[in-house]
Design a protein around this ligand. Sequence first.
Ligand SMILES: *Cc1c(COP(=O)(O)O)cnc(C)c1O
Length: 354
Amino acid sequence: MKKHNFSAGPCILPQEVFQEASQAILDFNNSGLSILEISHRSKDFVDVMEEARSLALELLGLEGKGYKALFLQGGASMQFLMVAYNLLKTKAAYLNTGTWSTKAIKEAKFFGEVAEVASSADKNFKYIPKGFFIPSDVDYFHCTSNNTIYGTQMKEFPQTPRPMICDMSSDIFSRQMDFSQFDLIYAGAQKNMGPAGTTLVVLKDEILGKVDRHIPSMMDYQVHLNKASMFNTPAVYAVYVSMLTLRWLKKNGGIAGIEELNEKKANLLYSEIDINPLFEGYANKEDRSNMNATFNITNDDLKETFDDMWKEAGINGLNGHRSVGGYRASLYNALPLESVQVLVDVMSEMERKA
Ligand SMILES: *Cc1c(COP(=O)(O)O)cnc(C)c1O
């Protein structure tokens, strides 16, 4: 039986994408060949790469606005250093909202000075700092739109004349916003877009070429842009499955369509967390993420019973990250509303029993 998969990443993808992706392993496009054995330079795959790149821009509403999309390797973690390698001349501003921001800051420091404009480390990243000041002499401002581990999400982004860079690994394609306020967006595919192995980078090419240092080819955005994201062998299968997922998203109303569903799912779960005395939310209410809902059980003696109950109900991946504990329900695009209903039913059943 298919599980209700609340895993934080790699995460649930649409069932129809799994169907089509498994077929392509046996016979891709009726070619008599598997997608796993064809050249990445073949027309069939070049078409996949081009469709994936253009779907990404189309869905984000960035077509014809000076942006390009790349599918690179090395995960979002590689972007922590590539961003700084390519864009940091002397000083960059970073907002620290959790583990991933902290790691991005650490990598940036290899290349220059980092001004940490604000941090929520004082409360173990339960909230998003607001009203901070971004110095005007920085090369860029970097933030993390959704904090996968703590379950917080930026609802607003600062105005800054400097280029704005955003790690959107865990909420890309999940909610509508003006994506043109960002100059570079990156996201590891495995949270909301596809399988592990590729990372989407969407950037305005006008921000490049401003640093003096020599950039090794694989680290150089311009090299990847010049080669249409095919400088070396890309993660063929991961890009293909991401492309299928983006097609699925487009067919289902794009970001506007999925945002509506994502809000329903988050409202359903947070309402239960708020009314059920056995549970309490972890993140500050106003900063709660619609992608990762973090919560605790108020009576530790009931933990074992609860764990048995949700496992019994066919739920997978509900344990919180080790740095937060408790529970985390990830509500990514492909998770159906009915899975959230199953979880909410278990939680209210728990209350009746207790
Ligand atoms: C998971 C995650 C990362 C790290 O991604 P990798 O692809 O494993 O390097 C970075 N940022 C955020 C927000 C994440 O959720």
